[in-house]
Design a protein around this ligand. Structure first.
Ligand SMILES: NC(=O)c1ccc[n+]([C@@H]2O[C@H](COP(=O)([O-])OP(=O)(O)OC[C@H]3O[C@@H](n4cnc5c(N)ncnc54)[C@H](O)[C@@H]3O)[C@@H](O)[C@H]2O)c1
Length: 389
């Protein structure tokens, strides 16, 4: 690979992601990312794993989620601010990066807000496909915000859920979900409370946002054989289950050291038994032990799911010709002469993927990005070239 190719970084903006989802189809994206997650979880020991690094504040959390195998490194930046929606901002926002381990060069910089919703739903449904009772058809969906429709479609496609029983403390959120999922082959039943929604459900997904130790589900709501997909409790001091629910269930987690800090099991003693889900996938540990057992997937979101999603996006973007290249790191004829590049004394390396052909000077990377599809500089970049000339 030449230097320019080795250092070129593809950029996927939110609009690129919207295009990618529309051209591939959301069900295909969910299924594709679920397949990637499954394959990557099956090679779990190959990854260098750490619990994510979190910066907590009064109203939220900002987290960095790194992971690597022998060839690729990934990280995600993600926040969780449950009060944000009151001022018109999303609760969850994310972006992330994929880099070559061999050189350290960043290869993909991507939006991950939409992607997080898809990968979380794919992960939840993958876990339920393994842990829920076969033949599960009815799911209670508690919390009908940004993540909820993605969860609904993933469970329809990967688990066979046909009926959703819906509840949110904000009726407008439920009305939005009902409008969004009309005609998607799901029977939608709006309920007046969590207790009502949970009644008769085979699966219960909780995907609420509140920075508190909530008790959305209490032991009296459980029925034998239920599978609980607990998504919204993902941070210290932010849970959704009464501890009595956990005491009655078999609990499965992503990466135990992180889940002990962030998951529903933060409420439990350090030796409370849990099983890492990859062990069930790999056939090393049993999943559900009987049709009567209550199972819990205590989801917090693990870096490997984002690694899998970024790999899926990289391949899909290349296949569809979606995205731009962005000049994130310098490309130099002499990599030791960074000073020359910074001061304009030497031009960037020939063959660098940027705007050099139209510019001709040393400050090749004035432009922000150019489209992969048409190769033309965007308006902002043309303006930068004009200013620099
Ligand atoms: N586990 C993971 O991998 C993962 C990934 C992404 C997001 N999350 C978490 O999922 C949650 C939902 O995210 P989102 O982007 O959909 O947030 P959102 O703010 O868009 O939606 C949350 C919804 O929950 C509702 N809600 C709050 N308290 C409730 C209650 N007591 N009963 C019923 N409904 C209630 C709100 O009205 C809102 O409509 C957040 O807590 C987020 O941190 C987890």
């Amino acid at each position: 690979m030449d230097t320019a190719s080795a250092l070129s970084t593809t950029y996927l903006s939110v609009q690129d992601m919207v295009q990618l989802v529309q051209r591939k189809g959301l069900p295909a994206c969910i299924a594709g990312i679920a397949r990637r997650i499954e394959a990557d979880f099956l090679r779990w020991p190959e990854f260098d794993k750490t619990a994510r690094v979190a910066a907590h504040s009064a109203h939220g959390v900002i987290e960095l989620m790194p992971i690597a195998d022998a060839t690729q490194f990934a990280f995600k930046y993600v926040n969780g601010h449950p009060l944000n929606t009151r001022s018109g901002l999303p609760t969850v926002m994310a972006f992330g990066l994929l880099a070559d381990v061999a050189t350290g060069a960043p290869r993909l910089l991507s939006e991950l807000t939409i992607t997080t919703a898809i990968r979380t739903a794919a992960m939840s449904a993958l876990a339920a496909r393994v842990l829920a009772r076969p033949g599960s058809r009815v799911m209670a969906l508690i919390g009908n915000g940004a993540q909820s429709e993605f969860q609904a479609l993933a469970f329809r496609d990967l688990v066979g859920i046909a009926t959703l029983r819906l509840f949110d403390t904000d009726p407008l959120a439920t009305a939005k979900l009902v409008a969004n999922l009309a005609g998607q082959g799901l029977q939608l039943q709006v309920c007046a409370s969590t207790a009502e929604a949970v009644r008769g459900a085979d699966v219960v997904t909780t995907v609420t946002a509140d920075k508190t130790q909530a008790t959305i589900l209490t032991p009296d709501m459980l029925a034998p054989g239920m599978h609980l997909n607990a998504v919204g409790g993902d941070c210290p001091g932010k849970t959704e289950m009464h501890r009595g629910v956990l005491e009655q269930a078999a609990v499965f987690v992503e990466f135990e050291p992180q889940s002990r800090i962030e998951g529903e099991i933060q409420q439990m003693p350090a030796d409370f038994p849990v099983t890492e889900f990859w062990q069930v996938l790999a056939g090393r540990q049993p999943g559900r032990r009987s049709p009567q057992q209550v199972t819990v997937f205590d989801s917090v979101g693990f870096a490997l799911e984002d690694y899998s999603a970024l790999c899926f996006l990289q391949e899909a973007a290349a296949e569809l010709g979606i995205g731009s290249t962005v000049d994130l790191v310098p490309q130099q004829a002499d990599p030791k002469n960074l000073f020359g590049l910074a001061t304009g004394a030497v031009p960037a390396a020939s063959g660098a993927r940027g705007l050099e052909g139209q510019h001709g000077g040393g400050q090749v990377f004035q432009g922000s990005a150019h489209r992969l599809e048409d190769g033309a500089a965007p308006a902002g970049a043309r303006q930068a070239i004009a200013l620099a000339a």
